[in-house]
Design a protein around this ligand. Structure first.
Ligand SMILES: Cc1cc2nc3c(=O)[nH]c(=O)nc-3n(C[C@H](O)[C@H](O)[C@H](O)COP(=O)(O)O)c2cc1C
Length: 405
C-alpha cells in the first residue's frame, strides 16, 4: 500500500520519558517509508536514549542543542520550523507540554515549534497522576486551543506500575493522525456516515443467518473519510476489524438494528455510503431456546427485512445530502447497478464483482464499477484503501465542485 509519507519532512521531538524508546520504532518506520525524519531531542530525552540511535535510524543529524555548532550543514531551528511538513512530539513530557502551552522558547524543541506554521501533533506520555493533574490538563486544553492536535494517551499498566491513562498511544493511531495532517482535507465539513460488515439474523440463541462480508471495504471508506478531514460515523455489523482512529463506531447485529441506527444518524449526515451487506431475509420466528435436532430438521420460514437503501432513498433529503449504495453482483453488473441506482434513488452506486477471489467479500482488493446518473467509471483492481479514496475523489468531482449549499 502507498503510505503517503514519502517526501515529507516529519520533525520528531523526543522528550524525557521512559517511552522514548518506543518512538525509535516509529522513526525507523517513517525513514523506511522514505520520509525525512529529523529528530530533535531535549536534554532529558538524551538520558533515556542516545542521539546515535536516531542518527543511525534516520541517516540525519540529530538536533540536541540550540547553540551547538557540531551540526555544520544541518538545519537551524528556524530552518527546521520552516521546512517541516509536520511536527510530531512524542513522547511529550508534562514539562514540554507546559513549555509549549505557555509559548516558552528555552530549548531547541520549544523554539522550533514556536517558529513553525506546520501542523503540530502532541502525544503525551507520563504517569497517570501527572497526566490527570489539573495543571497538565489545562496545558493540554491550551494546546488544543492553539490548534495543536493532542493524541490522547492510552490506559494500561505503566512502567511505574500505576494503572490508568498516560501510556504513549500506539503507532497505528499516530499514523492516522499524521496522514490526516499531511493530506489536503478536502472532506472537511462533511459528516460522513458509513455502514459496513454483514448483519446477523438470529434463528435461536446459538445460530444465525449471515453472509461473507468482512467489513473491510466499509472500514477503508471510514478511514479514508477521516484522513480527508470528515467527521465520520461507522455503523458496523459484527466484524473483527478494529475501529479506525478518529471514527465514531456504532456496533449493531441485525438488519433492524442497522436500519434504526442509519435512520437516526442520517439526520446529521451530508454523505451516506452504504457498503454493509444487509441480510435480505430473517427467520420469521426467533426461538428462545436452542432448536433440538431430535425432532428432525425444522423448516426455516423467512421474511423480508427492510431495504435500508430503498427506504433512505425515499426520504426527503437536505440540499447536498448524498446517498451512495453498493451492489454485490456476480453477473450483468452494469445492468443490475443501473436498475438499483434508479429504483433506490441513489446519487451513485458502486457495483462489486463478487465472482472472483481478488474482489468483493473478504478480499483486500476490489474492482468496482461506479455508476452515476450519467456516467460509468470502471476502477481498476486496487486495494480497498485506494478504492475508498477513488470513490471520494469521484464524489468530490461530480457533486462538490460548487461549495456545499
Ligand atoms: C525514570 C524517569 C522516567 C520519567 N518518565 C517521564 C514520563 O514518562 N513523562 C514525563 O512527563 N516525565 C517523565 N519524567 C520526568 C522528566 O524527564 C522531567 O520532567 C524532565 O524535566 C522533562 O524534560 P523535557 O520535557 O525537556 O524532556 C521521568 C523521569 C525519570 C527519572
Amino acid at each position: 500500500m502507498g503510505t503517503g509519507f514519502a517526501g515529507n519532512i516529519i520533525v520528531v521531538g523526543v522528550c524525557g520519558s521512559i517511552a522514548a524508546f518506543k518512538v525509535a520504532g516509529w522513526v525507523s518506520t517513517l525513514a523506511k517509508e522514505e520520509a525525512r525524519v529529523p529528530v530533535v531531542m531535549t536534554d532529558s530525552a538524551q538520558k533515556f536514549i542516545t542521539p546515535l540511535t536516531f542518527a543511525a535510524l534516520t541517516g540525519e543529524s540529530v538536533y540536541t542543542s540550540m547553540f551547538a555548532d557540531e551540526h555544520s550543514g544541518a538545519m537551524s531551528h528556524i530552518e527546521l520550523a520552516q521546512e517541516a511538513s509536520v511536527f510530531l512530539i512524542a513522547p511529550a513530557s508534562a514539562q514540554t507540554i507546559a513549555r509549549l502551552a505557555h509559548g516558552f522558547a528555552d530549548d531547541l524543541l520549544s523554539t522550533a515549534v514556536l517558529a513553525t506554521r506546520a501542523p503540530v501533533i502532541v502525544c503525551p506520555a507520563m504517569n497517570t497522576r501527572m497526566y490527570q493533574h489539573r495543571a497538565t490538563q489545562d496545558n493540554l486544553s491550551r494546546l488544543r486551543q492553539l490548534g495543536y492536535t493532542v493524541v490522547d494517551p492510552e490506559s494500561g499498566l505503566m512502567a511505574c506500575k500505576d494503572e490508568g491513562p498516560g501510556r504513549l498511544v500506539e503507532w497505528e493511531s499516530v499514523q492516522e493522525v499524521l496522514w490526516r495532517s499531511l493530506r489536503s482535507l478536502d472532506l472537511q465539513g462533511e459528516q460522513v456516515l458509513v455502514t459496513a460488515g454483514p448483519t446477523r439474523e438470529p434463528i435461536d440463541p446459538a445460530r444465525f443467518i449471515s453472509n461473507r462480508s468482512s467489513g473491510k471495504m466499509g472500514y477503508a471508506l471510514a478511514r479514508a473519510a477521516y484522513r480527508r478531514g470528515a467527521d465520520v460515523v461507522l455503523v458496523s455489523g459484527p466484524s473483527t476489524l478494529n475501529c479506525p482512529y478518529g471514527v465514531r463506531r456504532i456496533m449493531v447485529e441485525t438488519a433492524a438494528e442497522m436500519f434504526e441506527a442509519v435512520c437516526r444518524e442520517f439526520e446529521k449526515a451530508t454523505i451516506l455510503v452504504k457498503s454493509a451487506a444487509v441480510s435480505d431475509f430473517r427467520p420469521a420466528v426467533q426461538h428462545e431456546h436452542k432448536v433440538k435436532k431430535k425432532n428432525g430438521a425444522p423448516a426455516l420460514e423467512l421474511v423480508r427485512n427492510p431495504d435500508i437503501l430503498y427506504e433512505i432513498g425515499r426520504k426527503k433529503r437536505k440540499p447536498g445530502q448524498l446517498v451512495i449504495g453498493f451492489a454485490a453482483e456476480s453477473e450483468n453488473l452494469e445492468m443490475e447497478g443501473k436498475r438499483k441506482l434508479q429504483r433506490k434513488n441513489l446519487d451513485m452506486i458502486a457495483v462489486n464483482d463478487i465472482s472472483g477471489s481478488d474482489t468483493g467479500f473478504e478480499a483486500d482488493t476490489n474492482r468496482l464499477i461506479l455508476l452515476t446518473g450519467d456516467e460509468t467509471i470502471e476502477l481498476p483492481l486496487l486495494s480497498k484503501s485506494e478504492t475508498a479514496d477513488r470513490i471520494f475523489d469521484v464524489l468530490k468531482e461530480k457533486f462538490r465542485s460548487s461549495p456545499l449549499s
